[in-house]
Write a protein that binds this ligand. Structure first.
Ligand SMILES: [Zn+2]
Length: 113
């Protein structure tokens, strides 16, 4: 389950940031998980609760945004926006799409004290 590894990385980042910026508590975290990535937001939220226990992020409110992905259509040459990896090109219906964005997980915001 790679969500667990992602969460561990995220918590390590928060702990590191806490050391650098001198905060001791993370109250909320906003993540953007691209709609075309392979990260399951529910699994991630579950892992976050488990991994954050005993750290400065324990009890933090996790908000997950799901930005649409972007892709280039080989069929018609358009750059399009996709809400799902399984969607065909909204312009021509082709399924020959090269994903160009929306596969990553990013830390958007956090509230600390
Ligand atoms: Zn197309």
């Amino acid at each position: 389950m790679h969500e667990l590894a992602l969460c561990q990385g995220l918590i390590e980042l928060l702990v590191e940031q806490g050391r650098v910026h001198g905060f001791t508590e993370v109250r909320s975290v906003t993540l953007a998980i691209g709609a075309l990535g392979h990260v399951d937001p529910e699994a991630l939220a579950f892992c976050f609760d488990v991994v954050s226990e005993g750290t400065l992020a324990e009890g933090a409110v996790l908000t997950i945004e799901r930005p649409d992905g972007t892709a280039h259509c080989v069929g018609c040459g358009s750059d399009v926006t996709l809400a799902s990896r399984l969607d065909p090109c909204p312009r021509c219906g082709s399924s020959q799409l090269m994903v160009t964005g929306g596969q990553d997980m990013q830390l958007r915001e956090m509230e600390v004290r």
